[in-house]
Design a protein around this ligand. Sequence first.
Ligand SMILES: Cc1cc2nc3c(=O)[nH]c(=O)nc-3n(C[C@H](O)[C@H](O)[C@H](O)COP(=O)(O)OP(=O)(O)OC[C@H]3O[C@@H](n4cnc5c(N)ncnc54)[C@H](O)[C@@H]3O)c2cc1C
Ligand code: FES
Length: 282
Amino acid sequence: MNPPSAENIYLPRVAVLDRVEDNIPDVKTFYWRFENPADQRAFRGFHPGQFVQVTIAGVGEFPASLPPSPTEDQIFFTIRQVGGCTAALHRLRPGDKIAVRGPYGNGFPMEQYQGKNLVFVAGGIGLIPLRSCIVYAIAHRSNYGRIAIFHGAKTPKELMYRDVLAACQQTPGVECHLTVDRGDNGWEGNVGVVSSLFKKPGVAMPVENTVAFVCGPPVMFRFVIRDLLAMGLTERDIISTLERYMKCGVGKCGHCCIGVAYICVDGPVFTYEQIKRLGEDI
Ligand SMILES: Cc1cc2nc3c(=O)[nH]c(=O)nc-3n(C[C@H](O)[C@H](O)[C@H](O)COP(=O)(O)OP(=O)(O)OC[C@H]3O[C@@H](n4cnc5c(N)ncnc54)[C@H](O)[C@@H]3O)c2cc1C
Ligand code: FES
C-alpha cells in the first residue's frame, strides 16, 4: 500500500491531539487527527496491524501500532512511557501538535480469514495491536465463526481496553476471558497465566478451522504457542506482530532486518511458521 505522503516517503504530516486518556499505569491513549482534512481522508484506508511513525518535534520519532479498527471514526494510538520520545508524548495535552507518517507494514490478513474462528490471546499491552482486529472482526461479525478473546495482565489495574472487552462479551458468538497474575480485593476472576484459561471449565476454545492471534511478552508468547500447537493448531494458523527497532519504517535503512526480511515492510505481521523460518528466537 502507498503511504499518503507518497511524494516524499519520509515526510510526516502535522496532526493535532484531540483527547488524551489514561489507560493503565504509564500507558495513555492519544486521540488525534491530521490538520489537513485531505491527509485524514487518505489515512482512512489503513489495515488492522499496520503502524505509524510518530514525531515529537525537537525530541525524535518512534513507531506506534494503530489500535483503532478502520471501521471506527476516531484515530488514536496507545503508548507506554518508556524513554525520551514516549515521555515527551505523555507530557502533551489536547491541542498540542505532533507529526505522523504512515500507515506502514503489511497488517493482519483479515479478509483471508473470513469463515474461520478467531482466537485472540494478548498479554499486557500486547492487546494494543490486536484491538484493531478484534473491533474489525466484531464489525464484520457475519464474516467470521466463533470469536474467543483471552487477555491477561499482571494485576486487574493493568487489564487493557476494558470497555471494548465488555462490549465484546455482549456480542453473540463472542467469548472473552480475563486473568491476572495477582488479584486484588475486588477481583473475582481467574488468577494465573493467560494460557491457564484455555482449559478452564466453561471455556470453549475453538481449534478446528481456527486462526490464533497472539501478542505479548516473549515468555507468554512461548508458553501460549506451545499450548496452541499441543491443542492442534498448526504453525500457519498462529499469527503475531514482531516489534523491532525501526528508523525509516519503509524498507530503506536496514535497522529492522532479521535475515532477509524487513520487519517494517514484510511485517510486522507474520505467522509463527514464518517467524520460525526467519530463525527468530522469541
Ligand atoms: C511496529 C512497532 C509498533 C509499536 N507499537 C507500540 C504501541 O502501540 N505502543 C507502545 O507503547 N509502544 C509501541 N512500540 C514500541 C515503541 O516504538 C517504543 O517503546 C518507542 O520507540 C520507545 O521510544 P522512546 O524514545 O520513548 O524510548 P527509548 O529511549 O528509545 O527506549 C527506552 C527503552 O525502551 C526500549 N525500546 C525502545 N524501542 C523498542 C522496541 N521497538 N522494542 C523493544 N524495546 C524498545 C529501549 O531498549 C529502552 O530500554 C512499537 C514498536 C514497533 C517497532
Ligand atoms: S526500519 Fe528502516 S528498513 Fe525497516
